[in-house]
Design a protein around this ligand. Sequence first.
Ligand SMILES: Cc1cc2nc3c(=O)[nH]c(=O)nc-3n(C[C@H](O)[C@H](O)[C@H](O)COP(=O)(O)OP(=O)(O)OC[C@H]3O[C@@H](n4cnc5c(N)ncnc54)[C@H](O)[C@@H]3O)c2cc1C
Length: 344
Amino acid sequence: MPELAVIGAGPAGCAAAIALTRAGREVVLLERGTAPRESVCGEFLGPDAAAALRRLGLDLAALGGIPLRRVRIAHGAREADVALPFPAWALPRLVLDGALQAAAGRVLRRGVTVLGAERAGEGWRLRTPSGEIQARQVVLATGKHALRGHPREGAPPPAIGLKLHLAGVEMADAVALLPFAGGYAGLQPLPGGGANLCAALQGPPGDLLARVAAGSALGARLLRDATPLWDRPLAIAGVPYGFRQPAAGPPGLFRVGDQAAVIPSFTGEGVALALQSGLAAAEAILAGREAAAFHAAWRRRSAGPMRWAGLAAWVLRASPSAFAAVGAVGPVARLVAARTRMAA
Ligand SMILES: Cc1cc2nc3c(=O)[nH]c(=O)nc-3n(C[C@H](O)[C@H](O)[C@H](O)COP(=O)(O)OP(=O)(O)OC[C@H]3O[C@@H](n4cnc5c(N)ncnc54)[C@H](O)[C@@H]3O)c2cc1C
């Protein structure tokens, strides 16, 4: 029986598994995918993601991260182009997750889907299609989707996330934030040219490129020569933006990443939260703290960025043109960008 079972080898699960293994704990990291794969993500990484990755021995520049220096915000005819107040990078999740999973090394077991987790004596029993796994403690890092029997209590109404790689879009060193009717999209450069289009929206997606282009003159210009590199966008339903795990939970079950807090995507801070919560959970486990105490501490630590992101998301939803107008005021845009960061 391993001391610890980590469920899900995304950024949160990998961070926890690497830190716990390096501290000498016996860990098993269970991942349903048989290889790293594309996931719905804007692929923007800020300084706190970079700092957490450094702690794990990974360097964004060495991994091929493209430095980003500007954010362009547009709605209708309104456009803003603001210098980012911190260093940032674009890095495909395929590369990032691949590097993290490689760093996790021998504790990673691919192709294992955990179907459920139940208390068994002092520990936990995990059900998988090929049998049961017992562990004293569990780190729940399944990302957007809840593990059966462990729903996210009080989660806000879910949104849909979409991602599509495009050729024929030139982003240079900028990320674009493009509100459109019913949602918003981000555009970021891809290594080798082209762009990653990622959108969060309510309701059926319809023709994503047409919807984004209709939202702003900038969107229409950027997407004029866009050619999708995939047959259809990658989609994920049920993203509960704004969810925060209460300061509670059963003993020995530590929620991390999107299982602990789901920050609105336009902040580009989800991976940073995932990495930092994975590292924080490892510290809590090593210090012998209980899961409920860890959840309470993580709630406090992520409260500022979650509140600022929630407020900005409300403005973005209620009035995209007000959002773009405020975004055009450089100091305000920089303040919101900085306040939605976790401290490194
Ligand atoms: C539209 C959109 C845009 C975004 N843009 C950005 C951005 O630009 N920058 C940013 O930092 N963040 C962004 N995010 C957020 C970011 O993608 C997430 O916050 C981050 O991936 C969370 O990491 P995680 O490790 O918690 O979960 P995930 O990355 O979702 O990883 C979970 C892992 O668990 C595995 N798994 C799930 N269930 C099981 C199971 N039952 N058994 C075994 N394995 C399982 C999955 O296969 C997966 O590998 C965006 C999100 C969305 C929806």
